[in-house]
Design a protein around this ligand. Structure first.
Ligand code: HEM
Length: 452
């Protein structure tokens, strides 16, 4: 068990403030969020909708699994993210449209197809290792931007079936700048104001969004023009046919999904990997255990589809890092009708969130919730836990379709990098959390690296 003041990166407010809404909305979750089964942010400002937050596994199970059909995506997530992930993508569609899109994409995410991607994961990690070897060794690296680079390279190959089809650096920069506007979009959505209203920096953000969308449409056109078929996700999208209506995806659906995969498929894994490296830099004993495990299983060879699943401790590190720093801090739903959740009365106009950040640090569910301890995720201990006590990928029918992909990808990348480099914290650096689309730190995560 490793303890560090940075693992509790802010003090929860007793009463919500606008400043926190803009800077770090998690500060507005009260101290009781970490003790009770439920809390609300209760029309604290005029015109702002009441929102409900669940921190009890039973209540979350009821919403996401047992009564999944009684909910849609909530209006805040739809309003805040539909500028980032177009509304016709799998993430947003509902009902029959969602069912056929999900079914059409399922084969790409079958376990054996994911295992076959292991060499891609390893090659992308090795390219990053090579870049670090060439860089000056005494200057800190930024773990977050390095991991964005690696995971975007992975997703490019997995989604498009090719490498070098677009300028990754420009794509990531445009995406990060667009995320920076999300706190404004969230505030506008909460106030039910149109999200096209200008805010500081909005014209630059709109320019970036347009670039990202046009770039995605260009990638789709290039794939069509090439006529080359691969096993990549883009080919599943192009071949998808609704078994009931026989229809294929429209161009808008294709671009929306491609864009969704490029953005959501790499940002979340990048953030989880960045936190994992940073936590291991703090906890040198766990870092050494990862290194020993990788050496014992593959020595100096590449991790393969046959060895990746033996990296049990490496996987536990990633799971524990997503407990302390879940890439998605909350999962929202909108009830279709007025209803009761447990003893709580919910109106259909009020969004409900599974409050992952608080659930994963809840006093009733975890010993020393703010300490880092990958041994919480030994298979024996994980089995004892309620299935909704830990859920970085969600739960129920809308659980992340990329969960298996992300777990294999992150294991291969973390194992490859930790075997080849030693990571240490930068003295004097203090963590400040600045969540937007994901739980990112302000100014990245600087680390000192050294070849092993
Ligand atoms: C550490 C990595 C990741 C995390 C923590 C994560 C987390 C999540 C969460 C919390 C949801 C919402 C679940 C819900 O609403 O109940 C989600 C949905 C989704 N994720 Fe991920 N994700 C990750 C990686 C990926 C990857 C690699 C891909 C694609 C290659 C992906 C594609 C999607 C899609 C398409 C959805 C929408 C699914 C649907 O509505 O049916 N994610 N993810």
């Amino acid at each position: 068990m490793y303890r560090d003041p940075d693992f509790t990166p802010f003090t929860p407010n007793e009463r919500p403030s606008w400043r926190s809404t803009k800077r770090n909305y998690l500060e507005n979750w009260p101290p009781a969020a970490y003790r009770d089964d439920y809390f609300t942010l209760n029309r604290v400002w005029p015109f702002v909708q009441r929102t409900h937050y669940l921190t009890d596994p039973e209540l979350i199970e009821d919403m996401l699994i047992t009564r999944a059909e009684s909910f849609t995506r909530d209006f805040i997530t739809v309003g805040a993210l539909s500028s980032m992930i177009n509304r016709e993508a799998l993430f947003f569609v509902e009902g029959a449209d969602w069912k056929w899109q999900r079914r059409a994409l399922a084969p790409a995410f079958r376990h054996e197809n994911l295992l076959a991607l292991t060499p891609t994961f390893v090659d992308c990690a090795k390219a990053q290792a090579e870049a670090w070897r060439r860089a000056p060794q005494d200057a800190p690296i930024d773990a977050m931007s390095a991991m964005s680079n690696v995971t975007l390279a992975v997703i490019e190959k997995a989604v498009l079936g090719v490498t070098g089809a677009f300028d990754r650096g420009k794509f990531v920069a445009a995406m990060q700048e667009s995320f920076a506007g999300l706190s404004w979009v969230r505030i506008f959505t909460l106030l039910r104001l149109p999200t096209w209203l200008p805010f500081p920096g909005s014209s630059k953000i709109n320019r970036n969004m347009r670039y990202l969308y046009d770039e995605t449409a260009r990638l789709l056109a290039a794939r069509r023009a090439s006529g080359v078929e691969t096993q990549a996700i883009i080919d599943r999208l192009l071949a998808a046919k609704d078994p009931e209506s026989g229809r294929s995806m429209t161009d808008a659906e294709l671009v929306a999904n491609l864009y969704g995969f490029l953005v959501a498929g790499h940002e979340t894994s990048a953030v989880a990997l960045g936190w994992s490296l940073w936590l291991l830099a703090k906890d040198q004993a766990s870092q050494e255990r990862v290194r020993e495990e990788v050496r014992a299983i593959v020595s100096d060879a590449d991790i393969s589809g046959d060895t990746i699943e033996k990296l049990q401790f490496t996987r536990q590190v990633i799971q524990e890092s997503m407990r302390l720093f879940p890439p998605a801090a909350a999962i929202g739903r909108q009830p279709r009708e007025d209803m009761m959740l447990g003893t709580h009365k919910i109106s259909k106009s009020e969004p409900v969130f599974a409050a992952l950040w608080a659930l994963h640090r809840h006093e009733k569910l975890w010993d020393e919730p703010n300490a880092f301890d990958p041994d919480r995720f030994t298979p024996e201990k994980a089995k004892m836990r309620h299935r909704c006590a830990y859920m970085p990928f969600g739960a129920g029918p809308r659980i992340c379709i990329g969960m298996g992909f992300a777990m294999l990808e992150m294991t291969a990348i973390l194992a490859t990098l930790v075997r080849d480099f030693r990571f240490a914290p930068v003295e004097g650096h203090r963590l400040e959390l600045a969540p937007d689309f994901t739980t990112r730190p302000k100014g990245g995560l600087p680390l000192i690296i050294e070849k092993t």
